[in-house]
Ligand binder design. Structure first.
Ligand SMILES: NC(=O)c1ccc[n+]([C@@H]2O[C@H](COP(=O)([O-])OP(=O)(O)OC[C@H]3O[C@@H](n4cnc5c(N)ncnc54)[C@H](O)[C@@H]3O)[C@@H](O)[C@H]2O)c1
Length: 250
C-alpha cells in the first residue's frame, strides 16, 4: 500500500492529481473545504486503491484542522508516502498593490503559505518517524517569479512556496525525502474561469509558446513522474508546467 495526501484534491488541478495517483494505486487522503456530501460523488469516481480513499473537510489555514487531518490519516492508513501541497486560493478581489488590504493579504498568505508550511512541517515529522522514503511536491505558480501588481499577496505567497521547497529539500535530504516544486502556468480550472476571455486572447496572441490552455492532467502527469522514483537523485528542483511561458525571447 502507498498513501498520498493531496490538499485541495476534490476539484481542479488537485482532482487531476488525485485521479493520476489513484490510477497508480495510491490510497488518497484529500483535504478540502467542501462538505463530504458535496464531494462524495467525485471521490467515489476515483480509481479504487488498496484501501478506500479518505476525504477530510477542513481548513488548511486552521492549525487544529491540520492536526486532526494528520491524526485521521495515521489512524486510517498508518503511513504517508507522498504529500502534494496543492490547495491554494487567489485573492477574493484583485486589487492594485497600492490598495491591497491586510485582510486579503492574511487570507491568501494564511492558506497558501502559512498553512502549507505548517502542514509540511507536521507531515515531514511523521515521515521521519516512520523511517521510509517519501516525497513532497509543492504546487506553486508562475506567480512565484512573474509579478502581477493586481494580486501582490498571491505572488508573495507563491514566491514563499519556492523557498519552502528549498528549505524542506535541504532539511529532509538525509531522511530520504525528496522535495519538488511544480510551477503551473495558465491552467483551465474554476480558479481561472473568471479570466477566461482575457487568457483566451493572450494565449492566441502567443503569450505561451505552446498556444493552448494547460489542463489539470498536464500538472498531474508531472506530479506522477516525480512520484515515480525516477528522479531519486534530484531534490529541490522546479518543474515548469506552463507551455514555455517562462522562456524569455530577444
Ligand atoms: N489554475 C491555474 O491556472 C493555476 C496556475 C498556477 C498555480 N495554480 C495553483 O494550483 C493550485 C490549485 O489550483 P486550481 O486552479 O485547481 O484551484 P481551484 O480553486 O479549482 O481548487 C483549489 C482547491 O483548494 C482547496 N482549498 C482552497 N482553500 C483551502 C483551505 N483553506 N483549506 C483546504 N482546502 C482549500 C479548495 O477546496 C479546492 O479544492 C492552487 O495552489 C493554485 O494557486 C493554479
Amino acid at each position: 500500500m502507498r498513501v498520498a495526501i493531496v490538499t485541495g484534491g476534490a476539484r481542479g488541478i488537485g482532482y487531476g492529481i488525485a485521479q493520476a495517483l489513484a490510477k497508480e494505486g495510491y490510497s488518497l487522503a484529500i483535504l478540502g473545504r467542501s462538505s463530504h456530501t458535496d464531494v462524495k460523488e467525485r471521490i467515489a469516481q476515483l480509481p479504487a486503491a488498496a484501501q478506500p480513499h479518505l476525504y477530510f473537510q477542513g481548513d488548511l489555514a486552521n492549525a487544529q484542522h491540520r492536526t486532526a487531518f494528520c491524526r485521521r490519516i495515521m489512524d486510517t492508513f498508518g503511513q504517508i508516502d507522498v504529500l502534494v501541497n496543492n490547495a491554494g486560493v487567489a485573492p477574493k478581489v484583485r486589487m492594485d498593490l497600492l490598495e491591497t488590504t491586510e485582510e486579503s493579504f492574511d487570507f491568501v498568505m494564511d492558506i497558501n503559505l502559512k498553512g502549507t508550511f505548517f502542514l509540511t512541517q507536521q507531515v515531514a515529522n511523521l515521515m521521519i518517524q516512520q523511517n521510509r522514503p517519501g516525497k513532497i511536491i509543492n504546487i506553486s505558480s508562475l506567480s512565484a517569479y512573474a509579478a502581477s501588481t493586481n494580486r501582490p499577496e498571491y505572488c508573495l505567497s507563491k514566491a514563499g512556496i519556492s523557498m519552502v521547497t528549498k528549505l524542506f529539500a535541504l532539511r529532509l535530504a538525509d531522511h530520504g525525502i525528496n522535495v519538488y516544486e511544480v510551477r503551473p502556468g495558465i491552467i483551465n480550472t474554476e480558479m481561472t474561469a473568471p479570466a477566461k476571455t482575457k487568457y483566451d486572447a493572450l494565449i492566441a496572441e502567443g503569450l505561451t509558446p505552446i498556444r493552448r490552455w494547460g489542463t489539470p492532467q498536464d500538472v498531474a502527469n508531472t506530479v506522477s513522474a516525480l512520484c515515480s522514483g525516477k528522479f531519486s537523485f534530484s531534490t529541490g528542483e522546479v518543474i515548469n508546467v506552463d507551455g514555455g511561458f517562462h522562456l524569455r525571447e530577444l
